[in-house]
Design a protein around this ligand. Sequence first.
Ligand SMILES: *Cc1c(COP(=O)(O)O)cnc(C)c1O
Length: 429
Amino acid sequence: MLEPVAADKSYCWHPFTRQGEWCDPDHDPLMIVRAEGVWLYDSFGKKYLDGNSSIWTNIHGHSRPEIISAIQRQAATLAHSSFLGLGHPLASELAEKLVSYFAPNTLERVFFSDNGSTAIEVALKMSLQSRLQTGQGKRVRFLAFDNAYHGDTLGAASLGGVSRFCSRAGSPGFTVERLGSIADLDHIDPETITALVIEPLIQGVNEMRPWPPGMLKQLREWTSRHGVHLVLDEVMTGFGRTGTMFACQNENENVTPDFICLAKGLTGGTLPLAATITTAAVYETFLGADENAFYYGHSYTANPLGCAAAIASLKLFESARTFIHLPAKIAYLAESLQQLESTHPAIHETRQCGLISGIELRQANGEKFPANLRIGEKITQAARAHGLITRNILDTIVLMPPLSITREELDFAIHAIGKAIGNYDPAAC
Ligand SMILES: *Cc1c(COP(=O)(O)O)cnc(C)c1O
């Protein structure tokens, strides 16, 4: 048997990764072997702060005993059985709990799947099929925004507006009309549109760029007026990340969509599970004729382990008083980002929404660095030496820690980024 790094380089294929560089003999990949709280531990026992919540999934910190024991108990009881033609009590409990976060008679039907991309696929397919069942067969097109990211399966990727991710898979699927801003709606014929899809409050993969406040409310008005479904992709923003349980509940917006798509933080960042929640109006179009059933599902739909983890994570919001502590953390992050920005001229802008933030680096003259310098990547690599693991998106450094992070831990993360930027001399590369 090969040792783990050698076996990885021989047999594994990593996501979004230039494999040639990964497998280079000079590249020493970190192997993470355990985690606790906001800390990840590598195979040498060195610890790193998890600065992007393990790709935006972790909510309450790693190895929370409440979530671990829920998973362990469930694993010893029922690890999996099919949700096709059968039910199980944890899916019932989780669905009821999820619906309880929304006003009565709004979002009230939960369809489970496995990840953010499938949560989007479900919404897209439901929206399209519901049109056929209501004599609106002309509504076959979707609206999505420039630089949007909705996942990597073919349907979700068709909505994506980040060309470096989607241009090489051709242009599959269905028709997507692309919007730059809300003003572009003026040129759209709404009669042919089934749904508008958006990441509410902030576009993640678009270098953490917040939308103008109030825009979501305007989109809700426009979509309601024209009978267009509003699909909210809350895969990143859900579960407290933006300051409220869901981004659509932000005080400037207060919007109820026709579909909400949830994944990443649903299980607190422990197991893959997703949910697409929709209204009775959509759901009821699937009743009646046999062919109106929603013929969609995955082998692990509503996996009981995932459901157990999700229920435990949702309970933690109450027992750990997450929303009591959150506002002070968000304010402290804002202060810390401002301080960082004022110390480092290479920081062009910092952007924040709740506990999501992006730190964008540019040249002294305000222009972007040449892409081939890969400044963002080099800074995040340098931050590792100071004990922080995160990822850049182009030249924007993401800082998006678990909601359980303390002030001291936040100081640690900011300090590591400051050190990495401060030590970095673009002229030297
Ligand atoms: C991560 C993400 C997805 C895709 O989720 P996966 O679980 O990676 O398939 C979709 N939309 C948004 C906004 C995301 O951040």
